[in-house]
Design a protein around this ligand. Structure first.
Ligand SMILES: [Zn+2]
Length: 88
């Protein structure tokens, strides 16, 4: 995970009093708000409970193989950014 510097999108803003922009910024701060687009860099094998770091990271529908027991899984990330592992 690379921390991003705080930045505003390079678009001209007209102050019409909308709160939508701020709300959006707020949601970006928590991983859960990324929903199904959330990325992970580790998973716990549901079969043998081994902890597997994933160097390149992974996200929804990515294939994963446990380094310890060799079982393969499909990563499923739901709308709330929760990771589920489905044996494939
Ligand atoms: Zn395993």
């Amino acid at each position: 995970m690379t921390p991003l510097p705080h930045q505003h999108p390079p678009m001209p803003r007209d102050d019409l009093g909308y709160g939508a922009e701020e709300e959006e910024e707020e949601q970006k701060k928590s991983g859960a708000s990324q929903g199904a687009k959330r990325r992970f860099d580790e998973f716990e094998c549901p079969s043998c409970t081994a902890y597997n770091p994933v160097g390149d990271g992974f996200g929804n529908t990515d294939e994963l193989v446990c380094n310890y027991c060799g079982v393969s899984f499909t990563a499923l990330v739901d709308d709330e950014g929760r990771l589920k592992m489905k044996e494939s």
